[in-house]
Design a protein around this ligand. Structure first.
Ligand code: NAD
Length: 361
């Protein structure tokens, strides 16, 4: 065996177990074909963890994740747990996982697949060929800066405060992920900030410019976030890799994702410096279609491909999975979320079987 990897699986809630089951079969097949041995271990997170242990991320689960080469997460959450106090909510488990593994970089591709071009709300000529990667800083910026909170003022009315802060070290490490990601793609990096107004963004721009001297093969540009939002919907093909802070990245990655028009197709990766990365679809647990064999497993399967490429450095196996996804789409298989006229409607399991056939061919 050329690679032996321990993978922690976190199927979570809703459609999570269904899409995870398909993905594990795909990984087993690809493992045999590429002499990779995967040891899968399953752990609890989200609502199922709350039901079993009272906590959305039990210590055991975090320990198992730390003790693995990569973590494959499906989705968490559902109506049943929506009204619990914040510390017991499924989302708290997700934030705990990111913090517990110090995952500071979030990679979200937005690729327009030729087979699904009509799913985009934008015109064909605008989106055809779009292939963007948004690298978002995940553990700093305004979501975590201090002071934060709602405070009483002397007049008796309240004041809400959040603080946007970045240290040089925080900027440098995410900038490097941005440059290295651009190197693996077409060598173009756009850094997005609000340096015309925010001091923290000026520091961001200065550091990114400084770090760029270490990557002479990457062409760096800068955009203000308001202009970046406009350009994303006006002429998205100008972008290859985007690197930006936590809040700007949160918003722009959703906007970029929606260029593709299909949430069931979008994978993501969250990476840290020392701990294993977490690879998960962008979508949630889709409780409205859970346990009905209607879920699209392709975002989860593409997350496994990202795990192979960015987490385990197995790019050939990743490419094989991506090619199999393209093949099933070429053959006309569609789950309900991406269905269009003349295509063949399949469920989650049948899509999985089609993928295995494509891998075997
Ligand atoms: P959602 O992404 O779960 O669903 C939005 C819509 O897209 C639904 O109509 C759903 O059926 C559809 N959809 C999503 N994924 C699909 C797939 N793979 N195949 C086919 N259709 C799919 O978002 P929501 O409805 O806002 O949230 C539902 C639950 O998921 C909530 O509890 C929310 O907190 C949670 N959530 C979790 C994550 C995560 O685990 N990272 C992310 C977002 C939302």
């Amino acid at each position: 065996m050329s690679g032996n990897y321990r993978i922690t699986l976190l199927p979570g809630d809703g459609i999570g177990p269904e899409i995870m089951a398909v993905t594990v079969e795909v990984l087993k097949t690809i493992g045999k074909q590429h002499q990779l041995e995967f040891q899968f271990q399953e752990a609890l997170i989200g609502g199922v963890a709350i039901d079993a242990t009272g906590k959305p991320l039990p210590e055991d689960s975090l320990a198992m994740c730390r003790d693995s080469d990569a973590v494959l997460l499906a989705a968490i959450g559902g109506y049943k747990w929506d009204n619990l106090p914040r510390e017991q909510r499924p989302e708290t488990g997700l934030l705990g996982l990111r913090a517990g593994l110090s995952l500071f970089a979030n990679l979200r591709p937005a690729t327009i697949l030729p087979q699904l071009i009509d799913a985009s709300t934008l015109k064909r000529e605008i989106v055809e060929g779009v292939d963007i990667m948004v690298v978002r800083e995940l553990t700093g910026g305004i979501y975590f800066g201090q002071p934060k909170g709602i405070f009483a003022t002397e007049t008796g009315s309240k004041r809400g405060v959040n603080t946007m802060a970045y240290t040089e070290a925080e900027i440098d490490r995410i900038a490097k992920v941005g440059f290295e990601t651009a190197q693996k793609r077409s060598g173009k990096l756009c850094s997005v900030d609000k340096a015309n107004v925010l001091d923290v963004s000026q520091l961001w721009r200065d550091r990114v410019t400084d770090i760029s001297t270490q990557y002479p093969d990457v062409e760096l540009s800068h955009l203000y976030v308001d202009n970046a939002a406009m350009q994303l919907v006006r002429a998205p093909k100008q972008f290859d890799t985007i690197v930006t802070g936590n809040m700007f990245g949160d918003i722009l990655s959703d906007a970029a994702a929606m260029l593709t028009g299909s949430i069931g197709m979008l994978p993501s990766a969250s990476l840290g410096a020392e701990n294993p990365g977490v690879f998960e679809p962008v979508h949630g647990s889709a409780p409205d279609i859970a346990n009905q064999d209607k879920a699209n497993p392709l975002a989860q399967v593409l997350s496994a491909a990202m795990m192979l490429r960015y987490g385990l450095n197995e790019p050939q196996a990743a490419a094989k999975i991506e090619a199999a996804v393209m093949q099933v789409l070429d053959r006309g298989y569609r789950t309900g979320d991406i269905m269009s006229e003349g295509m063949q409607l399949v469920g989650c399991k049948e899509m999985g079987e089609a993928l295995l056939k494509a891998l075997a061919a």
